[in-house]
Design a protein around this ligand. Structure first.
Ligand SMILES: NC(=O)c1ccc[n+]([C@@H]2O[C@H](COP(=O)([O-])OP(=O)(O)OC[C@H]3O[C@@H](n4cnc5c(N)ncnc54)[C@H](OP(=O)(O)O)[C@@H]3O)[C@@H](O)[C@H]2O)c1
Length: 247
């Protein structure tokens, strides 16, 4: 059996770690843990190994073109394929007071947020897609948030958070455009909202664990052929199944 090769960005902690852990528990998937600091990723790999979960590791800073190139060259040489890409790495400056209003938001902060949450996703997807196209198989999962739903933005209870919201709205737009370009292929791209989770980003008050938030990512990363394409999913656990959110 040929194992599927899964890349999870930002997977040494938080949601990315939980997604890597769940995917790596499936025998047919070889997960590559990635992190920008090598010691973080190697420590994560060791924590998984202590549980009997085998993974591989490679450094990755998603905002650095050279780092992305090095990862892809290594994965191509080592495995010759990428089957699953989970775009999880993200930043969220919402706790900064300037993020409470569009009148005070700092454009430098917005640019840095867009760079990690949108442009870096475009960059790594561009690098991975040729490998997926070569085998006409791929599952791309973009980690978004329900805060980016334009349909519910007027009624939700979240902070204004312009940098974060605009970045994830951009990520959602990228998901739809990519799905349009991939129509008719067996490369499926979808976005999902993991819910509010106890991570460094979500804080300790959050109601859900990263492991719970990872469930939908695993579902989307292992979609069968002819599965969902270009959709925005809610965290399945909340609804007991795969539910599409309004964009
Ligand atoms: N927590 C929530 O409640 C929540 C809700 C909805 C959506 N999300 C989304 O879920 C994803 C994961 O968030 P989380 O809660 O797990 O946050 P987290 O604990 O802060 O983890 C963020 C991850 O992204 C990585 N990262 C940031 N910039 C990077 C870069 N340039 N290159 C490589 N990795 C980078 C971080 O690595 P470093 O340690 O090196 O910074 C870390 O591994 C994000 O996309 C976030 O927007 C979270």
């Amino acid at each position: 059996m040929t194992q599927k090769i899964a890349l999870v960005t930002g997977s040494h902690k938080g949601l990315g770690y939980a997604i890597a852990r769940k995917l790596a528990q499936q025998e047919e998937i070889q997960v590559i843990v990635t992190s920008r600091k090598e010691q973080d990723g190697l420590a994560a790999q060791q924590r998984l190994a202590a549980e009997g979960i085998q993974t591989d590791y490679h450094p990755l800073d998603v905002t650095n073109a050279e780092s992305v190139q090095q990862l892809i060259a290594w994965v191509q040489q080592t495995y010759g394929r990428v089957d699953i890409l989970v775009n999880n790495a993200g930043v969220n400056p919402t706790m900064q007071p300037e993020e409470a209003s569009l009148l005070t938001v700092q454009l430098e902060t917005m640019l840095a947020t867009l760079e990690t949450n949108v442009l870096a996703v475009v960059r790594i997807t561009q690098a991975v897609l040729p490998l997926m196209q070569a085998q006409n198989y791929g599952r791309i999962v973009n980690v978004s948030t329900e805060m980016a739903s334009l349909t519910t933005i007027n009624n939700d209870y979240y902070p204004l958070a312009p940098s974060y919201r605009l970045s994830k709205i951009g990520l959602n737009g990228f998901t739809v455009l990519l799905a349009k370009e991939l129509q008719g292929t067996n490369i499926l791209v979808n976005a999902y909202s993991p819910g509010w989770m106890k991570t460094d980003m979500g804080g300790s008050e959050a109601p859900f664990t990263a492991a719970e938030g990872a469930e939908t990512a695993v579902y989307l990363a292992t979609l069968p052929d002819h599965g969902a394409q270009g959709k925005f999913f809610a965290e399945m656990r909340k609804f007991g199944g795969a539910i599409a959110l309004a964009w």
